[in-house]
Design a protein around this ligand. Structure first.
Ligand SMILES: [Zn+2]
Length: 294
């Protein structure tokens, strides 16, 4: 694994898994075979599995090494977590994630700050690991800087719908005294800060990076697939506030199109990173050339 230099900051990634996820028609209720037909040439096979029409999605973290901190952005699915709605993630016992961090030269003790763009299970799983009969923070020295809006929404899902994510991925961090609840525009250090991007979840945040010599933004799940550059109003079936999610997505694409900002997505096919370009009344995504970044 390699690091990409952006001025005084370096960015790396740790991939937990990569492969076909679920049908694009289940994921985006607006998708139809007719609408997809002219886009298959650029979607298949990297973003869309031919034959099954499943979206191909990596699950990954970005790591930002600033002169002040090592910041982990999103922590994938994790092991031994309860994910009843997606059996492949339920009670996982994989051995890819911590080795991927190790390939960047990082052990769990090297992470200073953990950020979660939001608290869905594929972005908060490795916040904790099951050790000696209980959930413990995976990163023993880290401050987990979590949006107070997002934590409140996650706790509400736990209370009202028995969603296990809060109990498995959030509460153990609070009980360990490692959680810092922050506003949705919180400045982490001189190089990294949060940018409120609500809609997918109520406290969803993008992560902005200014390396003084290059800048980037980590999208989290405000956008899931490059097809949403062409159709920014396409919502994920379970976006929490759909009109707001669509508005956030379009304004994000407007804000970062045709500029030098590197856009680091969570779930676009690897290399998942590139630039947003205007195309007609919407956008397209130009991936970085292979080899530029891990
Ligand atoms: Zn996600």
């Amino acid at each position: 694994m390699a690091w990409m230099k952006l001025g005084q900051v370096e960015i790396g990634r740790a991939v937990e898994s990569n492969g076909p996820f679920i049908s694009i028609y289940d994921f985006f209720p607006d998708a139809t075979p007719e609408i997809l037909a002219p886009h298959r040439a650029w979607l298949e096979p990297a973003a869309l599995e031919p034959g099954t029409d499943k979206l191909v999605m990596p699950i990954q973290s970005y790591v930002v090494r600033t002169p002040q901190h090592v910041v982990l952005v999103d922590s994938c699915v994790g092991n031994h977590k309860s994910v009843k709605w997606f059996p492949a993630w339920d009670q996982m016992s994989g051995n890819t994630y911590l080795p991927a961090l190790a390939a960047l030269g990082l052990g769990p003790q090297d992470i200073d700050v953990v950020l979660c763009t939001h608290l869905h299970v594929d972005h908060s799983g490795w916040n904790t690991q099951w050790l000696d009969g209980r959930w413990r923070p995976t990163f023993p020295k880290a401050r987990y800087m979590l949006s107070r809006t997002e934590v409140a929404a996650c706790e509400k899902l736990h209370r009202e719908r028995q969603d296990p994510t809060y109990a498995e991925n959030v509460l153990p961090i609070i009980e360990a005294g490692q959680a810092v609840l922050v506003d949705d525009d919180h400045q982490i250090d001189d190089y990294v800060w949060l940018e409120a991007t609500p809609g997918h979840t109520h406290g969803h945040c993008a992560v902005r990076i200014d390396g003084r010599g290059g800048d980037a933004v980590v999208t989290g799940d405000l956008i899931h697939s490059p097809i949403q550059c062409r159709y920014p109003e396409w919502n994920f079936r379970h976006d929490a506030n759909k009109p707001l999610a669509a508005q956030t997505r379009r304004s994000f694409l407007e804000r970062y199109c045709d500029c030098a900002t590197h856009v680091l997505t969570a779930h676009f096919p690897l290399p998942s990173a590139g630039a947003v370009k205007r195309e007609g009344d919407a956008f397209r995504f130009d991936y970085w050339e292979k080899g530029r970044f891990i």
